[in-house]
Design a protein around this ligand. Structure first.
Ligand code: ZN
Length: 436
């Protein structure tokens, strides 16, 4: 039998707390899971530093990737006989689902920001480069790795395949919302996925929802909205991210300025220099990053040492509401006072902003978003927000949250009471609410 059609003798089953079971019958999928590049995802947490806020959130990108694969497998089973679905694309959809997050590095968000990397380009490099994943995919066909990369990058010719994996209602989001809700233990984030899968229909090149299933979709959109504000943008998690980012900044700065580390950051040097190759990238996981942080708590550099101690022992920064545009003057004053107090504002006074657009319809000139369509009883398609009052209320509305982070303990310890008072009154004067 040709490799692409090869089936395992028996279905392999992964026990999964969200979907109960993840089932694998295709040899190709099984072989991809066994590659070192895919196994590496076990050592990268799905939610980065969120575990410092919700202690259960230690699940990995490996869990999530298997979950997305399982949802796409179920979707494909459901639409298998639909005339709009090309049966030849089944394996392609499964592989793209499984590998869509392959390029994520340790603590993706902060790491990418400091070292100007992006996980999407690494996903592509791993799929097309000299890797075990590429070898497996090439056994299916010479052009198969390119097709998988194209689906993930949303450039593949058949838009229906893309829409299963990335759209405003795709397997990726459906998995992470439920999975992250499960592991954080929050009560939002749940919706009736079984119902959504039952009411989805491929129409031409997109998946639409039978109008009777609209409430399940509303629930999904609202749970996405809730998860962003209650979990993903949680201010305490962002405090941990701020510290993490500053550790990378400081280590990079020290390295480039000839500082002699007690423990030379061998694995990070190419990141500091900006000449990372795929091999270096794949070697780095969260365990190696933690091991540096652990050691750097004993470095001579006071800033690096302090930031690592904070991160490892969860001594996070406090925050206030603070819009950088509205408070340019105040920010400058604070920086001045911080410097006077011997606290470097470049590392200890940090603005952070989060924003989300829960659902949007297509608008010219904006980031293109394919809307969700309902199929009405007369078979006509209607855009979701035209029919749903709840979704209409949040359509196209971006919400932003600005915070200013700082080490409260440093300010508390200042001996100069005038200076301390001046900093406190700037931080907590009218409009700025004190939170911990
Ligand atoms: Zn994903």
């Amino acid at each position: 039998m040709v490799y692409k059609n090869e089936q395992l003798n028996e279905v392999k089953v992964f026990k999964d707390p969200v979907h109960r079971y993840v089932r694998v019958k295709d040899r190709v999928v099984w072989d991809l899971i066994a590659t070192p590049e895919f196994q590496r995802l076990r050592r990268i947490k799905q939610l980065g530093t969120t575990y410092l806020t919700f202690h259960g959130a230690e699940h990995s990108r490996f869990n999530h990737s298997l979950g997305v694969y399982e949802i796409v497998r179920r979707m494909v089973n459901k639409i298998e006989n639909n005339p709009n679905w090309n049966k030849e694309e089944r394996l392609l959809a499964l592989c793209a689902a499984l590998l869509h997050d392959l390029g994520h590095g340790p603590f993706s968000h902060s790491f990418e920001k400091v070292f100007q990397l992006d996980h999407e380009s690494y996903t592509r490099k791993i799929i097309l480069g000299d890797t075990a994943v590429n070898k497996v995919l090439r056994k299916v066909g010479d052009d198969f790795p390119k097709a998988v990369a194209a689906v993930i990058e949303k450039t593949y010719k058949d838009k229906l395949v893309i829409s299963l994996i990335s759209s405003q209602m795709d397997a990726d989001r459906m998995d992470y919302l439920q999975r992250d809700a499960y592991y954080t233990g929050v009560s939002y984030g749940h919706f009736d996925m079984e119902r959504i899968l039952r009411v989805m229909r491929p129409v031409e090149d997109q998946v639409v929802i039978k109008s009777t299933g609209m409430h399940a979709v509303e629930d999904y959109i609202m749970s996405r909205y809730q998860m962003y504000w209650q979990v993903y943008f949680h201010p305490v998690t962002r405090s941990a991210d701020v510290i993490l980012t500053k550790i990378f900044h400081r280590a990079k700065y020290l390295y480039l300025n000839g500082y002699r580390f007690n423990l030379k950051p061998v694995q990070l040097i190419s990141f500091f220099k900006g000449n990372v190759c795929l091999k270096d990238y794949l070697k780095l996981d969260e365990a190696s990053v933690y091991s540096y942080f652990q050691q750097w708590q004993e470095e001579e550099d006071v800033i690096l040492r302090d930031l690592c101690e904070r991160f490892m022992n969860r001594r996070l920064f406090k925050y206030i509401e603070f819009s950088p545009e509205e408070h340019i003057e105040k920010r400058a004053q604070l920086e001045h006072l911080f410097r006077k107090a011997g606290i470097d504002p470049a590392y200890y006074l940090v603005s952070d902003s989060s924003s989300d657009l829960p659902y949007d319809v297509y608008r010219k000139g904006k980031e293109e978003r394919v809307p969700i369509y309902l199929q009405m009883p007369d078979k006509k398609l209607k855009e979701l927000s035209e029919h749903s009052t709840i979704v209409d209320a949040i359509t196209g509305k971006t919400r932003t949250d600005d915070k200013l982070y700082f080490p409260k303990d440093f300010i508390d310890q200042l001996e100069d009471t005038h200076l301390k008072q001046a900093i406190w009154s700037l931080l907590y004067e009218n409009g700025c609410t004190h939170e911990s």
